[in-house]
Design a protein around this ligand. Structure first.
Ligand SMILES: [Zn+2]
Length: 383
């Protein structure tokens, strides 16, 4: 058997649904995508390791390795997609459809299409003598929990010198992004008849103080940290939703506020949380309420690879574009934690990701394949 054509492989990957979501009615296994990749990569001579994640659904990472050594290159992507808007697509999201020099389908640019592009690019290189390993990494649940990447960090198994994540960046090298934390602060007071404030303890009144403190903290962060490489060049803290009370004539017994913090590279999510936790007891004491902080989602650390790293310099030269930053999060910080110098660079635009009629423009494919082959030569064949 020879490998199917690029379009055929992309079509098969798009046809295999692999939605991941924190909402259970959408969440599904990525097994079919992993099996396709395993089949094709084995055919090219890769040693394939399929690793099941903990949890009720069948979710897998695939680590496919060609060659041996401490160096080498990881070509990394996620196998899952986001859910889709029923009825807002012009064609079936699970059928690869070509029109106007574009390939439409759920996951074409974000990012199952990347695997087809990689496999087709390297298929004729796999027979060459290889000095350092070439690894194709396919992860689960990037769009929901990043549990695939987190499990890899815990296993400590994956080793290489460099990594490229093929997220849609319109072929621009991306060396950094902010982190994301989503948190909730819950204030608990005591209900009572509104005619007499002494009958209860108003959680909303205490929440006012909490919000003021968060806004003060936000100003402090903005004054303390800047990074001119980001469009929004300071860390942000957004008060996103608030729930509390039930009736104008009752003293509010409970109030929750949900917020996110997007930290710049160099800032620690844990330190930010510790700082907020340290400020809450003062308000609790002053107001006589109970104030708790909880994490809504596991945090994603900020990501930054040195601009001096060889993979950054090499990709800047190959694309003739200066390395930049993006406003979305990737698995980059987890690959960096595993000791790889990681760059995010891929075909297609983030503007089309997570949208109805997601597409990959055909003119992105050849330049991406040239770049992949250059990196494989540099880090695996000639290293
Ligand atoms: Zn993605």
């Amino acid at each position: 058997m020879s490998l199917p054509t690029l379009i055929n492989m992309m079509g098969q990957l798009i046809t295999a649904p692999s939605i991941s979501s924190s909402q259970s009615q959408w969440d599904m296994s990525n097994k079919a995508v992993i099996e396709l990749l395993e089949d094709w990569l084995s055919h090219l001579g890769f040693k394939c390791e399929v690793i099941k994640l903990a949890g009720p659904l069948e979710k897998y990472n695939l680590v496919a390795t060609l060659g041996e050594g401490d160096g080498g290159l990881v070509l990394s992507g996620h196998t899952d997609t986001v859910p889709f808007d029923e009825g807002r697509w012009q064609s079936d999201p699970f059928t690869l459809t070509e029109r106007d020099q574009k390939l439409f389908g759920l996951g074409t640019c974000d990012m199952k299409g990347f695997f087809a592009i990689v496999l087709d690019a390297i298929k004729d290189m796999c027979q060459s003598p290889i000095k350092q390993p070439l690894i194709v990494l396919a992860t689960a649940d990037e769009e929901s929990s990043m549990n695939g990447a987190r499990a890899l960090v815990e296993s400590g198994k994956l080793k290489a010198r460099y990594a490229l994540i093929g997220e849609p960046t319109s072929l621009t090298p991306i060396y950094a992004h902010k982190g994301i934390m989503m948190e909730r602060i819950r204030v608990t007071g005591k209900s009572g008849h509104s005619s007499n404030p002494n009958l209860g303890n108003n959680a909303m009144d205490a929440m006012h103080a909490v919000m003021s403190e968060l806004m003060t903290f936000r100003q402090e962060l903005k004054a303390q940290y800047q990074n001119a490489d980001f469009a929004i060049d300071y860390p942000t803290l957004n008060l996103g939703c608030i729930h509390g009370g039930d009736s104008p004539n009752r003293i509010c017994a409970g109030c929750d506020i949900d917020f996110d913090i997007r930290a710049l590279p160099g800032m620690s999510n844990q330190a930010l949380i510790a700082e907020i936790e340290q400020r809450l007891p003062v308000i609790a004491e002053r107001t006589g309420t109970k104030i708790q902080l909880e994490h809504l989602f596991p945090d994603v650390p900020s990501f930054a690879t040195s601009l001096e790293s060889d993979i950054v310099k090499a990709c800047e030269a190959l694309t003739k574009k200066k390395a930049d930053t993006v406003a979305f999060a990737t698995e980059g910080p987890f690959l960096n934690q595993m000791g790889m110098e990681t760059l995010v660079l891929g075909p297609g635009s983030i503007d089309q990701a997570h949208q109805p009629n997601e597409f990959l423009a055909l003119d992105q494919i050849n330049p991406m394949q040239d770049l992949i082959r250059s990196l494989v030569r540099r880090y695996c064949l000639e290293a």
